[in-house]
Write a protein that binds this ligand. Structure first.
Ligand SMILES: NC(=O)c1ccc[n+]([C@@H]2O[C@H](COP(=O)([O-])OP(=O)(O)OC[C@H]3O[C@@H](n4cnc5c(N)ncnc54)[C@H](OP(=O)(O)O)[C@@H]3O)[C@@H](O)[C@H]2O)c1
Length: 262
């Protein structure tokens, strides 16, 4: 039984975004899938249409570019083909000391992880609030809650996503529209390789989440009207602890999590 009519999923060409698309298609939701790699999106569209009979529109766009993003905003604003679930999932990280990293790539990270999320949420909410229904799921990270040396920009972008989304959740009270922050920990996707994050092989097996579990928990949380979803009991405990302890112990906790990956 489908909970949404049409969902837009950004970053659907791999990882958690593809898992969102597969989960939604399996329950009969039509899709608009967005990423840069048109060939991978086309392949996904054929797979999901053949398996579940859903309509899948492919929108190839670089969401870090305002010009390329404009077509995605236009599609979201189309009142004749309303999107009642937006999943802002596209994102990337970088690894290394901020002072050594090319600043243009850090800025691109802010454009994708922050500005695109803000812009697409703005367009989606305008239509959803007018119609009195809809959901926005913004994918953040546990990095939002811990100091993150070697991922300073990434952690800051995800702190924005969490704070922004949870504030919207409260602002939207009584409108019929809900905003939910999804807060995954280590998840097996292409993320670590794309971030050039050499330590991924040292993360212990128990710490890895499956992207399909992340997608399912996030969608269930959104449908239940929750402000935040942290998939996995261990990560729930980690985020809960990080929020109640002061700076010194929090830095120790963050260093312990980083040591897991060394
Ligand atoms: N994996 C983890 O451990 C983890 C943990 C916490 C949070 N997250 C978050 O989960 C989200 C999904 O990441 P993932 O783990 O699934 O990584 P992934 O496998 O690398 O997927 C990232 C997706 O974002 C798309 N993307 C990247 N740059 C883009 C751009 N400029 N414009 C449009 N799309 C773009 C990629 O597609 P194209 O290359 O085709 O554009 C891809 O579909 C991210 O926001 C990430 O921060 C991941």
């Amino acid at each position: 039984m489908s909970r949404w009519s049409t969902a837009m999923v950004t970053g659907a060409s791999s990882g958690i975004g593809a898992a969102f698309a597969r989960t939604l298609a399996a329950e009969g939701t039509d899709l608009v899938v967005v990423a840069r790699d048109a060939a991978r999106l086309d392949e996904l569209a054929v797979e999901l249409h053949d398996a579940h009979g859903v309509r899948v529109e492919v929108l190839a766009a670089d969401l870090s570019s305002p010009v390329s993003r404009a077509a995605v905003e236009k599609r979201l604003a189309d009142a004749d083909a309303p999107v009642d679930l937006l999943v802002n999932n596209a994102g990337f990280g970088t690894a290394g000391h901020f002072v050594d990293l090319p600043v243009a790539r850090e800025e691109q990270q802010v454009q994708l992880n922050v500005v695109a999320v803000l812009r697409l949420t703005s367009v989606a909410l305008a239509g959803m609030v007018a119609r009195g229904r809809g959901n926005v799921v913004n994918v953040a990270s546990i990095a939002a809650f811990l100091p993150a040396p070697d991922s300073a920009t990434y952690a800051a972008t995800k702190a924005f996503v969490c704070s922004f989304t949870e504030s919207l959740h409260d602002e939207l009270h009584g409108t019929g529209v809900c905003a939910t922050a999804s807060v995954p920990g280590f998840t097996r996707t292409e993320f670590q390789a794309r971030a050039d994050w050499a330590e991924q092989d040292h993360v212990p097996e128990f710490a890895w989440l499956d992207p399909l579990d992340v997608a399912r928990a996030s969608l269930d949380g959104a449908a239940a009207g929750r402000a935040r979803v942290v998939p996995g009991a261990g990560y729930k405990a980690l985020v809960g602890t990080a929020q109640v302890i002061p700076g010194g112990p929090k830095r120790w906790l963050a260093a312990t999590v980083r040591r897991l990956a060394r």
